[in-house]
Design a binder for this molecule. Structure first.
Ligand code: ARG
Length: 271
């Protein structure tokens, strides 16, 4: 007897193949057909390996940032498309204006502000240490002499460099945070330093992995996320205005509660 699951799988495969056919048969360009040039979609880039802010779920980019972006763009009346292009390429693509803006849990800091523009802050974050449950590491100072994993070119890397020294060979840089956490599971690193909400989300979703998080407010500062633009982008004022409206109207709080289960402290954002 053929199993029901097998039949369903075959039907899904056929449908997927059919859908793909339909797509490639379509004309590749639909502009310039009817005189008036179609309004260009704003391209937003992200690195969708940073749950709960942006991650892939059944082939779709989802997360707090994704919902917030959608609300902002609707409020501002901007047609957009979100693309998962990875963390390091994000910065280059913005600079070359290959993409128009980025949302990716990106911390607003002075160094980045020299090259990019940022929206008003939309989320407060700090760093956290992730270790195996039986690790001897208890705080940031215990990271000395240990092998630490970070995502390359993040503020997490900077926070660890501040503690251990910039060219410390014990700081292992990974392309994304998911890979860094995998190294922790494999024993390739003794700890991972990343944004607190991301560390907590991983531990919550993976109790079987026996990982715990350690906060250390004495050594990790508070920072704020913003949407990032090429310098001088005319999207910034529109996005700022929409963001402010959503924060004041309670729509921001609604999205925040959906992802974090608690009420946000919006006063810190509107300062
Ligand atoms: N907040 C940190 C930074 O801006 C890490 C962000 C990483 N985001 C991501 N989607 N991988 O450096």
């Amino acid at each position: 007897m053929i199993k029901k699951g097998t039949i369903i799988a075959v039907v899904i495969a056929l449908l997927t193949a059919l859908a793909a056919c339909g797509k490639s048969a379509e004309p590749s360009s639909s502009s310039s057909a009817g005189g008036e040039e179609a309004k260009k979609k704003v391209i937003v880039g992200t690195d969708a390996a940073f749950a709960p802010f942006e991650y892939m779920d059944k082939g779709k980019i989802v997360g707090f940032d994704v919902d917030l972006l959608d609300a902002v763009m609707k409020e501002a009346g901007i047609d957009y498309e979100l693309k998962n292009i990875g963390w390091d390429p994000l910065f280059a693509a913005l600079q070359s204006k290959e993409i128009d803006m980025a949302i990716s849990g990106i911390t607003i800091n002075d160094k980045r502000k020299q090259t990019y523009d940022f929206s008003i802050p939309y989320f407060e974050s700090t760093h956290m240490i992730m270790v195996k449950e039986n690790s001897p590491i208890k705080n940031a100072l215990d990271l000395k002499g240990k092998v630490i994993g970070v995502q390359n070119a993040t503020t997490g890397q900077e926070a660890v460099e501040k503690l251990l020294g910039k060219d410390n060979k014990n700081i292992k840089k990974f392309e994304n945070t998911v890979v860094a956490i995998m190294e922790l599971l494999n024993g390739g690193v003794d700890a991972v330093v990343t944004d607190n909400a991301v560390a907590n989300e991983y531990v919550k979703n993976n109790p079987d992995k026996k990982i715990k998080t350690i906060a250390d407010p004495d050594h990790f500062e508070s920072e704020f996320y913003g949407l990032m633009f090429p310098k001088g982008s005319d999207l910034k004022p529109k996005v700022d205005e929409a963001l402010k409206k959503l924060i004041k109207s309670g729509k921001y709080a609604e999205i925040y509660k959906k992802w974090f289960g608690t009420e946000p402290k919006v006063d810190n954002l509107l300062k």
